[in-house]
Design a protein around this ligand. Structure first.
Ligand code: PEP
Length: 252
C-alpha cells in the first residue's frame, strides 16, 4: 500500500514574523497544484498565528508546532500547551526532534508525555527518532530506535497510532549535508514498520507514515521517497528556501 506522502518543513529557530509570512505565502503558492500529497510547515511559535492566517484556506498546507507541552495550562514556564497551539490553527506538532533530545536534554519519558498530550487534544504528533553516529558505528542503530519508539509511544492506543507520523532522522545527517543512502533509509523504515506492526497491528503499521529527515534536498528527495517504506520527508535547512522547498514538495 502506498500511503499519502507528507513533505514537512521544520523552520527551527528562524524567521521573524514578516519573514515567516513571506515564506508561508511562497509555500501556499507552490502547493496550490498539489493534490496527491500533504505539506506541513512548522514555523517558530512567535509566527504561528500570522502564518495560520496565510495557510488556512490552503487545502494542502497544514500548520505544525515545533514542540508541545502535555498539559492544558499552568506552571510550565517556557512551554506551550496543546490548547494554545490549536488556538493558533495548528493541527500537528513535531515531538522528540534530535535538537530537543540532544541540545535540551529531553528524554524518552518527557517525549512520551508530549506525544500523549498531543493525542489527547487531537493534534497529530510528528514523532522523531534517530541514532547518533557513534551508535550507528557501534552497530546499535536498530536497538536505539526500538528503545526510542517503544518508550516514546508507550500508552498510545492502536486507534491513536494510526494517526501519528514518525520521522526517522539519523542525528549524523541533520544539518550536516550527509544523507543516509536510500538503502540505509529503506532498511530502517522497514524495520520501524515491522516494529510498529508488533506493537500495534500489522494493518495499523501499514497506514502509519514514516518520513525520512536529514539533509533532504532537491537532488536526493526523489530517490529517497521512491523507497517502499519512505512516505515523505522532514526537511530543515532546505525548507527555509522557497525555491528548494517548492522542488522538494514536487518530488517525483
Ligand atoms: C530537521 O531539522 O529535522 C532536519 C532534517 O534538518 P536538515 O534538513 O537541515 O538536515
Amino acid at each position: 500500500m502506498r500511503r499519502r506522502p507528507l513533505v514537512a518543513g521544520n523552520w527551527k529557530m528562524n524567521t521573524t514574523i514578516r519573514e515567516a509570512q513571506q515564506l508561508a505565502e511562497a509555500v501556499v503558492k507552490a502547493g496550490a497544484d498539489v493534490v496527491d500529497r500533504d505539506i506541513m510547515i512548522a514555523p517558530p511559535f512567535t509566527a504561528l498565528e500570522a502564518v495560520s492566517r496565510i495557510v488556512r484556506d490552503s487545502t494542502s498546507v497544514q500548520l505544525a508546532a515545533q514542540n508541545i507541552c502535555w498539559a492544558e495550562k499552568g506552571a510550565f514556564t517556557g512551554d506551550i500547551s496543546p490548547v494554545m497551539l490549536k488556538d493558533t490553527g495548528c493541527s500537528m506538532a513535531i515531538i522528540g526532534h534530535s535538537e530537543r533530545r540532544h541540545v535540551f536534554g529531553e528524554d524518552d519519558a518527557m517525549i512520551n508525555k508530549r506525544v500523549l498530550g498531543a493525542l489527547e487534544f487531537d493534534l497529530v504528533p510528528v514523532f522523531c527518532v534517530g541514532e547518533t553516529l557513534d551508535e550507528r558505528e557501534a552497530g546499535k542503530t536498530m536497538e536505539v530506535l526500538e528503545n526510542q519508539v517503544r518508550s516514546g509511544l508507550a500508552g498510545v492506543t492502536a486507534d491513536q497510532a494510526e494517526t501519528i507520523v514518525i520521522a526517522y532522522e539519523p542525528v549524523w545527517a541533520i544539518g550536516t549535508g550527509k544523507t543516509a543512502t536510500v538503502e540505509q533509509a529503506q532498511e530502517v523504515h522497514a524495520f520501524l514498520r515491522r516494529l510498529l506492526g508488533s506493537m500495534f497491528q500489522k494493518n495499523i503499521a501499514t497506514q502509519i507514515r514514516i518520513l525520512y529527515g536529514g539533509s533532504v534536498n532537491p537532488e536526493n528527495v526523489d530517490a529517497l521517497i521512491s523507497q517502499e517504506d519512505v512516505d515523505g520527508a522532514l526537511v530543515g535547512g532546505a525548507s527555509l528556501k522557497a525555491d528548494l522547498f517548492d522542488r522538494i514538495i514536487h518530488f517525483r
